[in-house]
Write a protein of this length. Structure first.
Length: 633
């Protein structure tokens, strides 16, 4: 059968189309062996491939040169900001994701296109920092090096600044301070970010201070490119400043059966008075103080603005915690051995916040039982009055003591400082090491001042904790022996280079007693162990007689350690400490020790292991292992 010429043409076209498709699938230069068996993949012949023709497989095995971006002609402090605006820089950041899907040739072509695009991006990136007449040239090499030569040209200079604050806030120092620190002054280079930041901070600060109707009457930048001059006009109208209005408490929205506290008791948590100017910090403090009071499970505070009277009315919705709470917590320490803490709280004794709590701590060396009845003060956030009873048992190698007591305590807190004033009646049975038991009754007034200031700085906290305790008794008033005692404790945490810190701690104490031999061991000083002198057994240091340790009138201990964050939640430290208890400062002999430690931050607090050894000691030798658990500076 005679075929039509068109049929032959069609077959030719089909072959040509097949070849085109193959070329699209397999890049030019691919060579396959002619004797490939059926159903087996063809292997490329490396001997027959010209040097300039690379297979796709070979191209992938030869990594493309890494992209490098060079900016010339601008100060170094400008470069990070310019780079962030370049598509080419974004490609560089994502190069690992792109390189495994593109051949070096295809990647080079893509980068070259982005390079051309970046020329105009540099122009646009320089305008917000005052350069509108830039010239950008450069080249993109076959080694994927993008070089930009930038001529900044003359900057746009601020010719005049018209910034006005009007309304109730026209004399507000906080708002004026933002203007003064904005950097927008005549003669300065125009930086758009400074202008936008000032607008944002003015609105934020105005809202924080109760100017809820604040707005910009005028806000514009006029630029004259021919003269390279800019004129800033910013008129900020604060409007009226709002005051705190009524504060109400809704105690049943969360749970209609919630326990109801007196309105007067809840008002003690309000840190402001009605009619005062609104401050966001005071509003937030109300939320914090209610949440931290220990009485509420949920606290939600909503506001309602009265635009006619310029008042902010507040409604605090609260949900009380359960009336009773039971506490149990196991623990372990090298000095105490296994230990357990149990406790009980009763929160709803009265509707003015009076509550009861009791707890017991039991370990191999001590047993403590206490019960307290707490009466909130007129300011329940800072003041409370406690009536307490308790009994403490201490059974260590240095002494045995049983202290039964009752008394009252007035505690107050102001900012970082706190003060506790107490008066307690003690009945103490005590036995110094290897000596006869004694009994004493004491009426002991005491005052304790403490100060804590800390802030997170890198991995560690920066701050210090200091306390002063003064206590005593007189044999003229329900006491068997007169004594006066003062104790100072301090701890300083000094971080540096974000991953390191120096930790310094110490204690100094002194006692004056009419008859020291009759003074209970609970008022004598001993050293050694955690929080004292590591490297020595717990309470193993101090004056002694032929029978054993007697304890000292005075004490001096100090410690310094260098701690470094290693990885994740683990840190390591090296330490040196020294100290002792003694009867006279001129006769003191400080025992020294050094060691290392490792601390892991767990959900229940830092877990720290110390390994230490005494230095030139005639009291104790060998390694000492101590373990502690709990939060610290």
């Amino acid at each position: 059968m005679r075929q039509s010429p068109l049929f032959g043409l069609n077959r030719f076209c089909l072959k040509l189309l097949s070849i085109s498709m193959m070329l699209a699938i397999y890049p030019a230069g691919l060579s396959y062996a002619a004797d490939t068996q059926p159903n087996q993949p063809a292997a490329p012949s490396s001997q027959n491939i010209p040097a300039q023709a690379k297979t796709k497989t070979q191209a992938k095995t030869q990594a493309a040169p890494p992209l490098k971006i060079v900016l010339m002609g601008i100060p170094d402090n400008m470069k990070p900001q310019i780079l962030q605006e370049l598509s080419l820089f974004e490609e560089q950041q994502n190069s690992e994701k792109k390189s495994d899907t593109l051949t070096p040739q295809a990647l080079h072509q893509r980068l070259q296109l982005l390079y051309q695009q970046s020329l105009s991006e540099i122009h646009e990136a320089l305008k917000p920092i005052g350069y509108y007449h830039t010239e950008v040239t450069g080249n993109f090499s076959k080694d994927n090096i993008a070089t930009y030569k930038i001529n900044l040209g003359p900057p746009v200079i601020i010719k005049n600044v018209d910034i006005q604050i009007i309304g109730d806030g026209k004399d507000d120092k906080a708002l004026q301070q933002l203007v003064n620190k904005s950097g927008l002054t005549a003669g300065a280079i125009l930086v758009h970010a400074q202008y936008e930041k000032l607008k944002e901070t003015l609105l934020d600060k105005a809202t924080q201070k109760g100017y809820f109707d604040a707005k910009f009457d005028q806000n514009q930048i006029q630029i004259q490119l021919l003269d390279n001059q800019a004129f800033i006009i910013l008129h900020f109208n604060t409007g009226a400043r709002y005051h705190f209005g009524a504060v109400t408490f809704d105690q049943t929205s969360f749970n209609p059966k919630s326990y109801l506290f007196k309105q007067t008791f809840l008002e003690g948590y309000i840190p402001f008075s009605r009619g005062e100017y609104y401050q966001a910090s005071e509003f937030n403090l109300l939320q914090t103080q209610l949440s931290d009071s220990g009485y509420f499970k949920n606290v939600y505070i909503e506001t309602q603005q009265d635009s006619q009277k310029h008042l902010v009315n507040i409604n605090a919705k609260t949900q009380t915690l359960p009336a009773y709470e039971y506490i149990i917590g196991p623990g372990y320490g090298t000095e105490t051995g296994p230990r357990i803490l149990t406790g009980f709280k009763a929160r709803h004794i009265t509707d003015d916040g009076q509550k009861f709590s009791a707890q017991a701590q039991i370990s191999n060396i001590y047993k403590n039982f206490t019960a307290d009845y707490t009466i909130p003060g007129s300011n329940p956030v800072t003041d409370h009055f406690d009536i307490g009873v308790g009994q403490n048992y201490t059974d260590i190698s240095a002494y045995y003591a049983r202290d039964t007591f009752f008394g009252v305590e007035w505690a107050s807190t102001h900012g970082h400082a706190s003060r506790d004033i107490a008066l307690k009646r003690h009945f103490i049975v005590f036995t110094p090491q290897n000596q006869a038991s004694l009994y004493g009754e004491y009426l002991v007034p005491s005052v304790n001042y403490s100060y804590l200031d800390e802030v997170q700085q890198g991995y560690f906290k920066k701050g210090f904790l200091a306390s002063l305790t003064i206590q005593g008794a007189t044999d003229f008033l329900f006491s068997d022996t007169s004594f006066l005692q003062g104790i100072i404790n301090g701890k300083f945490s000094i971080p540096f280079a974000s991953e390191n810190r120096i930790l310094i701690s110490g204690q100094i104490g002194a006692t004056k007693a009419s008859n020291f031999d009759n003074l209970p061991t609970t008022y004598r000083f001993y050293a050694g162990g955690l929080d004292s002198v590591l490297g020595y057994s717990y309470y193993s240091l101090g004056p002694s007689n032929a029978q054993g340790l007697t304890g000292g009138r005075d004490i001096l201990t100090s410690s310094i350690s260098l701690e470094r964050h290693l990885f994740h939640q683990l840190s390591g430290l090296v330490l040196f400490n020294m100290g002792n208890a003694f009867n006279q400062f001129q006769d003191m002999k400080l025992q020294k020790a050094a060691g290392i430690g490792f601390s892991y931050r767990s959900l229940i607090g830092p877990l720290t292991l110390y390994i230490s050894k005494p230095i030139h000691s005639d009291i104790q030798n060998g390694l000492s292992f101590n373990f502690s658990m709990g939060w610290y500076l």
